[in-house]
Write a protein that binds this ligand. Structure first.
Ligand code: NAP
Length: 282
């Protein structure tokens, strides 16, 4: 019996068990995916779960909020992407080492490529937010040669500067422009932005009437919108963008991709994305 699971807090609404159980079923594998709620600061419990991976009792773990950074203290090694992003969402054990990896970045990149249908666009992206998800998204986009503008709410730009500096020193890739997430600054960006990515929680259930895009500000002409929020299935941002004639999607595809990449990392097996997608859409 294969044993995977998820560490985080709270976990009651997690879709991960549904995604991974669908993978076990379609690949005819005997497995279970359990939830390990660990309250913030319970580092002893994180160490205990790490031990269960080292002794083979658990063969794969995902990590979510609030432990994506804290988990690093109990690991032996980080993959280069987890190191650069500064967050771990997948643990695997290899050659006697417990390794922390990040599948959010490649998960986002794969799904946005599908969304843009790999059409040749000028690679200019506006990312809203500078938190954990924004770090994974910006890392992925910089490594895919996108020119990134980051829009943030903190007037001192502190969080955005930390993000920019760490990527400059760790990856040596790209330059990032920083603007404020308000109508004045966003309005000045003009129409050469090809993709807008929402990496803030604005619009997430239960605040489903909120949008990170300032009301009354026209969207850049011809841009596409990728909202990382996936609950609700159609966010206000996506609805508004579509009403303005833009292509827009929420982040369920990224959730599926990051899960499939974790599963592949643990089993070496490729999961049909549509099977996972259908399981959570239902
Ligand atoms: P986070 O680390 O808390 O970062 C949130 C970012 O949004 C911060 O920069 C925060 O700024 C900013 N922000 C929050 N409220 C804001 C507001 N009202 N106005 C302007 N900026 C605001 O959260 P996260 O882990 O990055 O997650 C962000 C969202 O992405 C969540 O909804 C999460 O569910 C979603 N997500 C989706 C996937 C997927 O697979 N689709 C994966 C990861 C995350 P301050 O620091 O100033 O508050």
């Amino acid at each position: 019996m294969i044993h995977f699971g998820l560490i985080g807090y709270p976990l009651s609404h997690s879709l991960s068990p549904t995604l991974h159980e669908a993978a076990f079923e379609v690949l005819a594998l005997q497995g279970e995916y359990l939830l390990y709620p660990v309250a913030p600061g319970e580092i002893g419990r994180l160490a205990e779960l790490a031990t269960h991976m080292r002794d083979g009792e658990i063969q794969g773990l995902n990590v979510t909020i609030p432990h994506k950074q804290a988990i690093m203290a109990v690991l032996d090694e980080l993959t280069p992407s987890a190191q650069a992003i500064g967050a771990v969402n997948t643990l695997y054990f290899k050659n006697g080492k417990l390794i922390g990896h990040n599948t959010d970045a490649p998960g986002f990149l794969a799904d946005q490529a599908k969304f843009l249908r790999n059409t040749k666009v000028e690679k200019k992206v506006l990312v809203l937010g500078a938190g954990g998800a924004a770090r994974a998204v910006v890392y992925a986009l910089l490594n895919d040669s996108w020119k990134v503008t980051l829009a943030v709410r903190r007037e001192d730009l502190s969080q955005a500067r930390v993000l920019t500096e760490s990527f400059k020193s760790q990856t040596g890739v790209g330059s990032i422009e920083i603007v404020l997430m308000e109508a004045g600054d966003l309005g000045h960006l003009g129409n050469d932005i090809r993709l807008i990515v929402n990496a803030t929680p604005i619009g997430m259930f239960p605040e489903t009437d909120s949008s990170p895009w300032p009301s009354g500000l026209p969207f850049p002409h011809g841009a596409a919108v990728y909202d990382l929020v996936y609950n609700p299935r159609q966010t206000r941002l996506v609805r508004d963008a579509q009403a303005a004639g833009l292509r827009a999607t929420t982040g369920l595809g990224m959730l599926v991709e990051q899960a499939a990449l974790s599963f592949a990392c643990w089993t070496g097996r490729d999961v049909p994305r549509e099977v996972m997608f259908a399981a959570v859409e239902a």
